[in-house]
Design a protein around this ligand. Structure first.
Ligand SMILES: Nc1nc2c(c(=O)[nH]1)N[C@H]1C(S)=C(S)[C@@H](COP(=O)(O)O)O[C@H]1N2
Ligand SMILES: [Mo]
Length: 216
């Protein structure tokens, strides 16, 4: 897709599943990367992290707004969202507080699919993603457009539990998990970078687990 093509070189150059010198340990995983990034340990459970509220968003009131530096601002209802091409993937989840949950099976819609509908303007470079709890987190488009960045509604074959961000959250498997907003409400395209909640409170703007890139 044209949008991805615009960011192709940057996507290749950013450390990720294809990082040439990943910092981590363990045998190679599905990407040929060490299993766990440096400073992380594997957890079998799934801890819950939030700002103290877990918004309750019934499906008939759930909407996702996509706006900002786009040609076609839009609002998706739950029905609209489910009508988009559905994809599945198995990926890892790395929380900066040092736990990693490996091999999670996700189902949802690729970020790139939603972005393409809204047609980001030529000067769009970043997104700020907003949650129903008031949370925000920012991403450069070359990260958000990666193949495994999804807006997920299902984890391990079950509807995404509310405490983990249901009805829909974003996942960013190649970055620390705070870059994926739970209870996603709005994707705002930007023509410059704008730090989100944790990025303005000392966490790294870029957030690459394979580079131990935790703090700014
Ligand atoms: N809306 C929202 N999204 C959020 C957060 C939050 O507080 N609010 N916390 C982030 C952090 S720090 C992490 S590690 C993951 C945690 O997801 P989990 O609770 O499903 O493990 O969600 C991220 N997304
Ligand atoms: Mo986190």
């Amino acid at each position: 897709m044209k949008l991805r093509a615009r960011f192709f070189d940057k996507m290749k150059a950013t450390p990720a599943a294809a990082d040439g010198k990943p910092l981590g340990s363990g045998p190679p995983n599905r990407h040929g990367m060490p299993v766990v990034p440096i400073g992380q340990h594997v957890t079998s459970g799934w801890p819950v992290l939030d700002l103290g509220t877990k918004p309750d968003v019934p499906l008939d009131r759930w909407t996702l707004r996509v706006d900002g530096a786009v040609e076609e601002p839009l609002t998706l209802t739950w029905k609209d969202f489910l009508a988009l091409p559905q994809v599945t993937d198995v990926s890892d989840f790395h929380c900066v507080t040092t736990w990693s949950k490996l091999d999670v099976e996700w189902k949802g819609v690729a970020f790139a699919t939603v972005a393409a509908l809204a047609r980001p303007r030529a000067d769009a470079t970043h997104v700020l993603v907003h949650g129903y709890d008031g949370y925000t987190t920012n991403l450069p488009l070359e990260e958000a457009l990666k193949d495994d960045v999804f807006l997920v509604h299902t984890a391990e074959g079950k509807p995404l539990p509310r405490e983990h961000g249901g009805p829909v959250r974003m996942i960013t498997p190649q970055l620390y998990a705070w870059k994926g907003s739970k209870w996603i409400k709005r994707i705002e395209f930007l023509t410059h970078d704008r730090p989100g909640f944790w990025e303005t409170r000392g966490y790294s703007n870029s957030a690459h687990p394979w580079r131990d890139d935790r703090y700014s």
